[in-house]
Design a protein around this ligand. Sequence first.
Ligand code: ADP
Ligand code: MG
Length: 305
Amino acid sequence: MTDTQGKKQATASKAKTARASKSEAEVPLGPTGRPYHGFPTPTPLDSHGPARIIAMCNQKGGVGKTTTTINLAASLAKYGRKVLVVDFDPQGALSAGLGIPNHDVTTIYDLLLDTKRDAHEAIVASTVEGLDVIPANIDLSAAEVHLVNEVARETILSRVLRQVSNEYDVILVDCQPSLGLLTVNALTAAHGVLIPMECEFFALRGVALLIETIEKVRDRLNPTLQLDGLLATMYDGRTLHSREVLERVVDAFGGDVLETVIGRTVKFPDASVAGEAIIQFAPEHAAAQAYLRLARELVSRGAVA
Ligand code: ADP
Ligand code: MG
């Protein structure tokens, strides 16, 4: 086989198949059973925007949505992208995890209630250069009730984000653990969805239901919505359980499973307590390297500019 053929086959295999092809035998296999690419450092951008909006979704709590939003955002900012993260969970964990005050400030809730209000009022700079935040707090829990009778109630977030999307390369929306009206708003505003999932046995069932919801939203509200990928989180390669679950996920979702896998480590809760992203808190740690790699993978896949 010629070199070019080998490369072509490698690319096709990366995009389409879940398992390693023989031509890539020299690339070591990663935890998903596929070759483990390094992904090139993204080229710097000379201008910014319009943003690609990505919803971080999974109706199960505690699967790594907020952790992924914070650390993917910080990693993309490190590669020179202008990033806005939107806290879309009344728990406000995203705001807290980035050390952003979320009381007595303008929040995403205020913007949803009055879409004529200038969205810039709610934007706060984080301690990571290039990373801005729209905070949320418990007020947001009233939003579903308040918005249910609005005209075009599913497109409210989309209208809010339209005001600022030209100023960013990517906007990440950290969804709450439910498939209610707020999540439907996020899916309607988004160009793509990322699904973080914990490597544990019951994860698969929940993801099937989420994918049904994504298909409904695509059908009725947002025809161009893409599945940007499933991200395995809290992976512990030392346990047979983690390895088996990941194998099943790859069998079920194939090339939609991102090559990057996030390992389980106490560094994440520690970084959250410090109000920092992992690349600030422990830049040399494998966990920080994993999120940087995720950022490179998403740029390589075209999910981010
Ligand atoms: P979600 O937003 O889906 O509810 P979080 O990102 O808040 O999930 O994560 C839930 C908890 O698990 C948090 O305490 C977080 O610090 C912790 N956590 C997240 N990712 C990891 C990981 N890879 N390893 C260990 N703990 C993690
Ligand atoms: Mg969360």
